[in-house]
Write a protein of this length. Sequence first.
Length: 363
Amino acid sequence: MTTFKTPVTIVSGFLGSGKTTLLSHLLNQTHDRTLALIVNEFGEVSIDGPLLEVREDGVELHDVHGGLLAYGGEGDAFRRTLRALRGRRHSFDHVLIETSGLAVPTAVMVTLEEPEFAADFLLDATLVVVDTPLLLAGAFDPRAADEASRSAAAVFDAQLEYADVAVLNKIDALTDAELLQAEADVRHRAPRVRFLELAYGARLDPQLTLGLNLHGSRRGVHHGPVSGAPGEGMQPLHDHSRLDGHSHGDMEAHIHSLSTHQHFHEHDPGWQSFRLTSDEVQRIPELVRTVQNVARVFPVLRVKGFVQGEDGARYALQAVRSRVEVQPAPRREGPNELVFIGYHVSRKKVTEALQKALPQRWS
């Protein structure tokens, strides 16, 4: 007798790659499915959860923030969430897990293979979302002069290594030649990735995201067409029916990468996160310029949060390095707060820089 297992899709990607935006679009394209969504963030508060414009019904959201999913202290919270979902798993068509931008997805993969969960959950596919402009700009160069870029490259390459699908995101303004160059870079860095997909407007067809069944009994069957880039360059990276030793069912490979995952964050404690708040109404243009300057001066790779503007509206601020975007927030309540993530970044120096440049007090 075949036992039904709830499929699980893992969505990873480096800080600011666009995972949350892509998932928001996906949730709003799948009204015919009931989904459970687990979101993990590196930091002391949850920002991505409120940014998800979750449809009113058919989605259950679980925030697991404050660390790195599926090992250490946070692993217990993740397992508790899985146990809760397992008790009601017939209520869901699919489980989506968004990992932290500094996490390697194999920690989650190992957990799903534990006897406690393997009978009820089945890994469907692992996606890695790529910030394509940053990739083309050399932001993930392992030979970079600065330590932050080298560490970022190590995490990015590890995320790619165990992905089934690489999603080139933020590509709307890129030329055909740039898309082909990005494809070539991904091919070179991760020759075992089985599919390469394009996300225009941070959107993917759900058929290219859910129900791929790349780890089940019909492993390698791709439900739906593979996206193509302009021209003939974008093709599947591999014949997905061919097993090439990169089997994600190989626990030995998982454990090896789990050890690597721990190494990034236990033996390289340089990645840090802190939260600053302000009780004052913000002048949005001045705040944007200040965040840009802070990212240029200090090793800040990611800033995200919510602020109240002088017009009374609430805004979501998101920055990837010195690229800052501000949009109306999906929710209006809550304090002014910004979460900074960087490599050996000083909270004191960043706070002083904000105090020097802005009339509003941040602490």
